[in-house]
Design a binder for this molecule. Structure first.
Ligand code: G3P
Ligand code: MG
Length: 262
């Protein structure tokens, strides 16, 4: 598929009902290559991961601004260069079986997803004050490492400044706005940022919101839903994708719905 095609058109065909949140993060350490491999093994066709920067400007996968929760490091992610971050253990906190799992770079992540034929939702999760720089580095990384002719990953963020940078430097890369609550202001922001998707807290989604967005041609994605019954209700409401820590559970409960992607 030519990634220069209208991203609004192609995103509908590409989205899958299940997106593995930070990889298969209920059964493997979040935002690691192990979690991405497990997501693929559990039948997911899409993964969502969080991207921030090392001190020296390399895009890595990490959710928190601090290292403590998901690695054996201490302090702020932004205080460390990539060669220091690369030595940390990002698996043992989750389970000893994952000891030695590393913080992946975005480049390593892209290579793995390409090898596994996974689609990706890259969430820009900038450390404080690095909204612009993180977006610019991500765009540069994609421009350098993403194969021509393949649809771009879907780039989302809560950080409006980051999405503005992506729009400025790479308007062809599809953008999704992440929000907690679907206010009118948030919906207006979709137009301003020229976003193709809305990613909303599942607790705040309504049938009305989904149909309002459908009228503008934009799918709604919901995070984070691990209960298969809740996931089924949301999909029946018209939500396009459920972002879940448990792709295997939703996959088996929803069965054939996963087959919708062409
Ligand atoms: O992209 C959906 C979801 O990941 C947003 O929240 O905090 O889990 O990154 P968070
Ligand atoms: Mg995220």
């Amino acid at each position: 598929m030519d990634h220069r095609l209208d991203p609004m058109e192609t995103i509908h065909a590409r989205l899958s009902p299940i997106i593995a949140h930070r990889g298969a993060s209920a059964r493997a350490p979040e935002n690691t290559l192990a979690a991405i491999r497990l997501a693929a093994a559990e039948g997911a066709r899409w993964v969502e991961v969080d991207v921030k920067l090392s001190r020296d400007g390399v895009c890595i996968l990490m959710h928190d601004d601090l290292l403590r929760r998901t690695t054996n490091g201490r302090g702020e992610v932004a205080q460390y260069d990539i060669d220091e971050l690369a030595r940390l253990d990002a698996g043992s906190w989750f389970n000893r079986r994952f000891a030695g799992e590393r913080i992946p770079t975005l480049v390593e992540t892209l290579e793995l997803c390409l090898a596994l034929d996974l689609d990706i939702n890259l969430e820009i999760k900038p450390c404080p004050g690095r909204q612009h720089e993180t977006a610019i580095r991500m765009v540069e990384t994609l421009q350098r490492h993403w194969p021509a002719g393949r649809p771009w990953p879907l780039i989302s963020s809560f950080a409006v400044a980051s999405l503005e940078e992506v729009r400025l430097h790479a308007p062809e890369m599809p953008r999704g706005l992440l929000i907690g609550r679907p206010t009118k202001r948030a919906r207006d922001m979709l137009d301003r940022l020229d976003c193709v998707t809305l990613h909303c807290d599942a607790k705040r989604v309504s049938r009305e919101l989904v149909s309002k967005l459908a009228a503008t041609g934009r799918p709604v994605l919901c995070y984070t839903v691990n209960d298969p019954h809740r996931a089924r209700r949301l999909l029946e409401m018209g939500v396009a994708s459920i972002i879940t820590d448990r792709p295997a559970d939703l996959q088996s409960a929803l069965g054939a719905r996963q087959e919708s992607r062409q």
